[in-house]
Design a protein around this ligand. Structure first.
Ligand SMILES: NC(=O)c1ccc[n+]([C@@H]2O[C@H](COP(=O)([O-])OP(=O)(O)OC[C@H]3O[C@@H](n4cnc5c(N)ncnc54)[C@H](O)[C@@H]3O)[C@@H](O)[C@H]2O)c1
Length: 686
């Protein structure tokens, strides 16, 4: 019989190494947003299992106290978070040299984790949710404590393995290997659905990492401001015939959501000089964005919202208005009064519509929270009814010439799940896509991802603003604004980034760049670290990128060769980045669109100024970007083929991409028509 004393004796990293005695329950600070109760659906046997699973982290001497406490958490919140092990008060990223550790990577990842859990950044900091309603750094505070301990202890000869938030352990590796490898919620195919995930999460064996939350690379809403700015600007160019050197002056953008990522919408409209109305049901979110200066005015009357918008559109001045209320009510008014909206979207958390991500029409935010807790079936009915109405209103607007696009929140899929088959191109299922475009399919895919432009980002680990200013300037010097219009947009973005006051949390920046831009900027930064001009940098990207994510409803929505249901690219991207020595690699199920609907991955690379890191940048960045471009070009995406041709010439003797020959449409069509005709007539013969 194995004894707990033997188990304890065999481990040097464990909770009672940090705590001499069971810590006191920390105070919950008033006014901090809390995750809504996740529905409790476990059977009696599964509840026992969940409890035993959580107690695996706990030394036996504390079981009698913690077992009832954990059971209570499970029954009341739907999860075991282990609140008792949460540090007291706010968790804030400190300068990297204030962390303990045996190597810079170990300290750097602690900066990133703490930044992801900061009260100012995290959506539900007590429940370890960074953004997107359910995206967690890890599942519980015991894991947080152990991960921190591992990061403090590991050396350049070890790799920490994290599976769905659980630190499996340290394994010997080479100094050139990744220091951390993370996977989140990778479920076996036949169980890869919401119901099984929900059960697995309650059992304490699955973590929903979203994209950068579980990959520890979230940098606050700034991370998405640049992408949103590029999306709405290019939507205007494509659909409103705005010239490449002009912006959204005089145009109206309407959407919803001022949460973790959606909160970027107001700022993006402002940077593009347009007018925006963003509906939000949770007043606390509006307040945050207002205090931050990302929202100009708050109104709760649709008439006032639209009249203010009109005034600013006519003046050709920018204004961002938060409408405190439901997006469906706002759209009812616009349809009723025949108000002209130029660009329309939605960024409620529809990837988790039935878990509270979408607040149905007819319920206030508080009523939604209560109904979610008391009657999930009824809540679901409300959501379905509201989504149907939402769809009808959008349809009437589109009929009047409004450009609506899905903004990567699984809105179209949620409408389909609510029972609206009409939203599918083929009127029955999602295999051929939806009648409305998704922002990647029509805009971001062809204009950015197909060329390799994606959300490159960095964090100044020193925490110093001067470092960020220096890196902004250095990055700007690497961009030729006359190369392409995308480069011009990116140049303007980085030139004005400081002025727009985008930093929330630690000093970080996002900048869309293509392969050459990312590599040159990373090399420049590493040189600056080497010369002592700046402190070390964490470089990474959003998973939402050229090659990091397979997601047929989003990132790979513009892949049309039938391979959009495959997840080979994201998996290869992850493996290739590990093989090339990125400091952290991560692969997740779900991301922004929900479990089973995407596989996505990312990386982190600590720029320590060494030549070793120069070497990694030179081989890993081209792979990370061009692996995606290669797949996109193989799907016959023209802009990617163009990029691939150029790349094969530039990198001759180093890299080589297989490019597709293009079949003659007429040849194929005629042949297939003849074959089908023959087949039909042979069947018709008696
Ligand atoms: N386009 C992208 O690049 C991208 C990136 C990240 C996330 N996403 C997706 O966008 C969605 C939003 O992400 P987030 O991090 O902002 O989530 P979030 O949950 O923090 O914010 C969503 C907000 O919508 C509000 N809301 C819900 N229903 C509403 C309604 N009917 N009317 C008005 N407001 C309503 C909520 O109160 C909440 O504040 C998620 O589905 C996420 O996966 C998209």
């Amino acid at each position: 019989m194995i004894r707990n004393s033997d188990i304890s004796g065999a481990m040097t990293i464990k909770l009672d190494k940090i705590f001499d005695q069971l810590p006191q329950m920390p105070e919950f600070v008033n006014g901090i947003r809390r995750a809504s109760t996740r529905e409790f659906t476990l059977s009696r046997r599964e509840t026992e299992l969940a409890l035993k699973n959580a107690l695996r982290y706990i030394p036996e001497k504390w079981h009698t106290v913690l077992a009832p406490e954990f059971l209570d958490e499970l029954l009341t919140t739907g999860r075991i978070y282990g609140y008792r092990f949460r540090p007291e008060g706010n968790i804030t990223a400190k300068p990297v040299d204030q962390y303990n550790g045996n190597c810079i990577e170990g300290k750097a990842f602690q900066v990133m984790i703490d930044n992801n859990l900061d009260f100012d950044i995290a959506l539900y900091p007590y429940e370890l949710v960074t953004y997107g309603e359910t995206g967690q750094v890890c599942q519980n505070w015991m894991q947080y404590r152990l991960i921190k301990q591992y990061l403090e202890n590991f050396t350049r000869h070890q790799t920490l393995v994290v599976e769905s938030g659980h630190p499996v352990g340290l394994f010997e590796s080479a100094p050139e290997s990744p220091r951390v490898i993370i996977t989140n919620a990778l479920m076996v195919g036949c169980f890869d659905d919401q119901e099984n995930w929900h059960r697995a999460a309650a059992l304490g064996v699955a973590n929903y990492g979203q994209m950068t939350a579980g990959g520890w690379m979230y940098i606050g809403p700034q991370g998405i401001v640049h992408g949103t700015y590029s999306t709405i600007l290019n939507a205007g160019r494509l659909k409103l015939n705005i010239a490449e050197d002009k912006d959204l002056r005089g145009y109206l953008f309407v959407s919803s959501g001022l949460g973790g990522m959606s909160g970027a919408q107001g700022k993006a409209v402002e940077i593009a000089n347009g007018v925006g109305i963003i509906a939000e049901v949770d007043y606390s979110r509006i307040q945050i964005r207002h205090e931050q200066g990302w929202i100009g005015r708050i109104v709760d009357d649709p008439a006032e919202a639209f009249s203010l918008a009109k005034e600013y559109q006519q003046k050709k001045e920018t204004l961002t208005i938060a409408f405190y209320g439901n997006i469906v009510d706002l759209l009812e008014y616009a349809v009723d009064k025949n108000i002209r909206i130029d660009l329309l979207s939605d960024q409620t958390s529809c990837h988790a519509a039935y878990e509270g991500g979408y607040c149905p029409q007819g319920l206030t935010f508080e009523q939604r929270t209560e109904l979610l807790r008391t009657d999930h079936t009824k809540f679901k009915e409300y959501v379905d009814r509201s989504l149907k109405r939402h769809f009808e209103l959008i349809k009437s607007m589109v009929d009047r010439g409004v450009f609506f696009f899905d903004y990567g929140n699984s809105f179209l899929k949620a409408v389909f799940d609510a029972g609206v088959k009409e939203i599918c191109k083929n009127g029955k299922d999602t295999t051929e896509g939806f009648i409305f475009p998704s922002y990647v399919e029509d805009i971001m895919g062809p204009v950015l991802f197909d060329y390799g432009y994606g959300p490159f980002r960095w964090v100044c680990l020193s925490g110093k603003k001067e470092d960020l200013i220096k890196t902004d300037k250095a990055a700007m010097a690497c961009i030729d604004p006359n190369a392409r219009f995308q480069d011009k947009d990116n140049y303007i973005w980085i030139r004005d980034a400081e002025k727009h006051n985008l930093v929330v949390g630690t000093q970080a920046r996002i900048l869309y760049q293509d392969v050459a831009g990312r590599m040159n900027i990373a090399l420049k930064f590493n040189e600056m670290v080497r010369e002592g001009a700046i402190g070390p940098i964490m470089m990474g990207r959003d998973h939402h990128d050229t090659g990091g994510t397979d997601s047929p409803f989003r990132e790979t929505a513009n892949i049309k060769d039938g391979s959009n249901i495959m997840a080979d690219m994201a998996t290869q991207c992850f493996a290739g980045n590990a093989a090339r020595g990125m400091s952290l690699v991560t692969l997740h199920n779900g991301g922004g669109v929900g479990i089973g609907k995407a596989i996505n991955g990312g990386f982190g690379l600590v720029l320590d100024g060494s030549e070793r890191v120069d070497g990694i940048i030179r081989i890993a960045i081209p792979w990370d970007v061009m692996g995606g471009v290669a797949r996109r070009s193989w799907a016959r995406n023209e802009n990617s083929i163009e990029t691939g041709i150029k790349y094969n010439v530039e990198r001759k003797g180093r890299d080589h991409i297989t490019l597709p020959f293009i079949a003659n449409e007429k040849l194929v069509k005629n042949l297939v028509t003849d074959a089908f005709e023959k087949k039909r007539s042979s069947h018709a013969e008696p």
